[in-house]
Design a protein around this ligand. Structure first.
Ligand code: 5AD
Length: 368
């Protein structure tokens, strides 16, 4: 379907599913140019020209789950497992501090070795020793854990809902035995606890149709997300989704970097004041341009990987991950150069999203 620009709905958000669908499906180059320009404009108005750098520390690749898309799934015996020590993690946090970045992101599979009290102590130490903002991305954890970590000083939590298509989600994301899995419920809980909340999706999951992708974008607005992370689905050969070829369907969302850019730009239309990273998955499918184009099509955050190199390659969510064998220092120089080339600069400070700051102000100002 080639809807010309003049027939497409205006890019004034939040858009409803029907309008989003038209933008997801258009094949008109002129329409896409308009979408990129509008996303860039909304990004500038909503979050400004500065780019926030978050140091990403992949603290453990152990995982109890069996997600059909992810290379870290428990059943994958061909990945050698590691978990960082607290000292190693602290060292990474200090390095982030020295670089002048404001946030440490601790990410892992669902690793039971990172118990509630261990993470709590880790968060307290990082806060006390570095003063960094702390983002946790440790999977589906209990309410008690999430509350304890917030009390200990964690600022943000990332948990992608991956797809709003419930049947598809259940197929690719089996629950732990005897447990229920309700990521949307967890996102609401995180928000109530006081976290700055991030979520997002993969673009082009086998079986993902355009209507559900439009619904994903609607949900970004309904959930009032503070951060939205998304990237193309990248098949991993050691996973069920990496080896099966679904019957081709006209409705299948393509797992391309271009489709991911569209979703990114539309996410900016949906949430002008949210923080949106140009993700590693974008940089993986387009090594030269992925990150820069992301920053010019709605994104305002980059998450450079500071995981020690001897662990790095083993955090293989998907194959050929960008930056998987360059030092943090190399990545840092590269990003500084890339930002300078597009007239953007590195932000100082913790870099909370304007969306979150507005929410906190409104809560504080509201009569009790
Ligand atoms: N391709 C792209 N993204 C993936 N993720 C996991 N596996 C893949 C894959 N094969 C994403 C999921 C998860 C995040 C940490 O990485 O969206 O939430």
């Amino acid at each position: 379907m080639k809807t010309p620009l003049s027939d497409l709905p205006p890019l004034k958000g939040p858009l409803r599913a029907e309008a989003l669908l038209a933008w997801l499906r258009t094949g008109e180059p002129e329409a896409l140019e308009h979408l990129w320009a509008r996303a860039d404009e909304l990004r500038r108005q909503g979050v400004g020209d500065e780019v926030h750098l978050r140091g990403l520390v992949e603290i453990s690749n152990r995982c109890a789950r069996q997600c059909a898309y992810c290379g870290l799934r428990a059943a994958n015996r061909s990945v050698s497992r590691y978990a960082m020590s607290d000292e190693e993690i602290l060292e990474c946090a200090h390095q982030i501090r020295e670089y002048g970045w404001g946030t440490a992101v601790l990410q892992s599979g669902e690793d039971p070795a990172f118990t509630s009290s261990r993470v709590e102590a880790l968060v307290r130490r990082i806060k006390a020793e570095t003063g960094l903002a702390i983002t946790l991305s440790l999977g589906e954890r209990t309410e008690e854990e999430l509350r304890a970590w917030k009390r200990a000083g964690a600022d943000r939590y990332l948990l992608r809902f991956e797809t709003s298509d419930r049947a598809l989600f259940q197929r690719i994301h089996p629950p732990l035995p005897g447990r229920e899995c309700d990521r949307l419920g967890l996102l609401k809980l995180l928000r109530d606890i006081g976290y700055e909340v991030g979520s997002g999706v993969m673009v082009g999951i086998p079986g993902q149709g355009f209507e559900s992708l439009a619904r994903d974008l609607e949900l970004f607005a309904e959930l009032e997300l503070d951060m939205i992370g998304l990237g193309p689905f990248i098949p991993h050969p050691d996973t069920p989704l990496g080896t099966s070829t679904p019957p081709p369907s006209a409705d299948q969302v393509p797992a391309t970097v271009d489709m991911a850019f569209r979703v990114l730009a539309l996410a900016r239309v949906q949430r002008p004041e949210a923080n949106l990273p140009a993700t590693t998955a974008l940089a993986t499918l387009d090594r030269e341009q992925g990150r820069i184009l992301g920053l010019q099509r709605g994104a305002n955050v980059v998450m450079p990987n500071v995981t020690p190199l001897h662990h790095r390659a083993r955090y293989s969510i998907y194959p050929n991950k960008a930056s998987s064998n360059e030092t943090a220092e190399q990545t840092r120089l590269q990003i500084d150069t890339q930002l300078a080339s597009i007239g953007r600069s590195v932000a100082a400070g913790p870099g909370h999203s304007p969306a979150f700051r507005r929410r906190i102000r409104e809560q504080e100002g509201a009569p009790s």
